[in-house]
Write a protein that binds this ligand. Structure first.
Ligand code: F6P
Length: 350
């Protein structure tokens, strides 16, 4: 193991923020400082590695009292150097200019894809898994997902009482991009009556039939969770939402208005009074759950272990309830989709 005394490490957080990021930053820093390293925060994700670079030193005080804070104290952005002219070269130049012996990239597939590429060029980069969408390969834990599910669960509990009082159909649109993890887990925990996710097609006829069937069985309200990436005839297709892309190049799915359109269709076809709640960015806001604090701390600390061992191109992940490691490239290799068994389980409670 190389000596870490006098080492300079950078930490960046990229992509959408998520509760637990500060816990991970703290996990890295609180291991690195006692080992004699100088820790630099990179401002606003990869944006802080472009041009002249934007860094600030993180001392012992910076890491105090941040475990429970939402968002990221380093700032974030969806700037992707791979998509900018000379972006890759500028990042590599900034690693040299800031004399970084290691860079910790905390993020989802876009942020980590850049990290994987850098490591393949020989740059000393390690990763930490973060995405409320929970769609990274190999790892069973991504920072922010548990907090998001907790927020969806609480929202569904609240919506149940008002739905029942007014005998309404409540459509609840949740985030998750192209996978239905937040919808399925939040829906299971909150007792949703139907869960519509991108992985498994359902027709409007089937949704209507289900609402009507519940009515016949004496339930005169329904809670329908729909993932923002769900597609169905009658809803704005993802490619029709063209023109509303973020800096990573993703369509901004909340602009499709899936929840509102689905509610309109249901009201017309069932005759039930229908309302829509779009949980939006509340799912990413506020304090992390205890689960996120604990695991974010562990995968953050693991990043430091990897740096100490000079195992660049690797990242801390969780498998079978334990923190272990995987190559960043494997973690971004494909999108982890909701398995059919879990989706079918949720349907048992419809
Ligand atoms: O990837 C995380 C995520 O929250 C997605 O679930 C959502 O589609 C997207 O980010 C929203 O991004 P923005 O913060 O740019 O609106």
């Amino acid at each position: 193991m190389a000596s870490t005394d006098g080492m300079r490490i950078g930490i960046l957080t990229g992509g959408g923020d998520a509760p637990g990021l500060n816990a991970a930053i703290r996990g890295v820093g609180r291991r690195a400082l006692p080992a004699g390293a100088t820790v630099l925060g990179v401002r606003n994700g990869w944006r802080g590695m472009i041009g002249e670079g934007s860094f600030f030193e993180l001392d012992r005080r910076f890491f105090s009292g941040i475990l429970q804070l939402g968002g990221t104290l380093l700032g974030s952005s969806r700037v992707n150097p791979m998509k900018l002219d000379h972006g890759r070269e500028e990042v590599l130049a900034n690693i040299r200019r800031a004399e970084l012996d290691a860079l910790v990239a905390i993020g989802g597939d876009d942020t980590l894809s850049v990290a994987a590429w850098l490591a393949e060029q020989g740059a000393p980069v390690v990763g930490v898994p973060k995405t409320m969408d929970n769609d990274l390969s190999v790892t069973e834990y991504c920072i922010g997902f548990d907090s998001a599910v907790t927020i969806v669960t609480e929202a569904l509990d609240r919506l149940h009482t008002t739905a029942a009082s007014h005998h309404r159909v409540m459509v609840v649109e949740v985030m998750g991009r192209d996978t239905g993890w937040v919808a399925v887990m939040g829906g299971l925990a909150g007792g949703a009556d139907q869960i519509l996710i991108p992985e498994y097609p359902v027709t409007i006829g089937e949704v209507v039939e289900h609402v009507n069937e519940r009515g016949k069985q004496g339930s005169d309200f329904s809670i329908i969770v729909v993932a923002e990436g769900f597609e169905m005839e009658g809803l704005t297709a993802k490619d029709e939402a063209e023109g509303t892309r973020d800096a990573f190049g993703h369509v901004q799915l909340n602009r499709r208005g899936v929840g509102y359109r689905l509610a309109e269709m249901l009201e017309e076809l069932t005759g039930n009074e229908t309302r829509t709640t779009v949980l939006g960015h509340t799912q990413r806001g506020g304090s992390p759950s205890a689960f996120d604090r604990i695991w974010a701390t562990q995968v953050g600390a693991k990043a430091w272990d990897l740096i100490e061992a000079q195992r660049f191109g690797q990242m801390g992940i969780v498998q079978c309830g334990e923190v272990t490691t995987a190559s960043i490239r494997d973690v971004v290799a494909e999108q982890r989709r909701v398995p059919e068994e879990l989706y079918r389980l949720a349907q048992v409670f419809y």
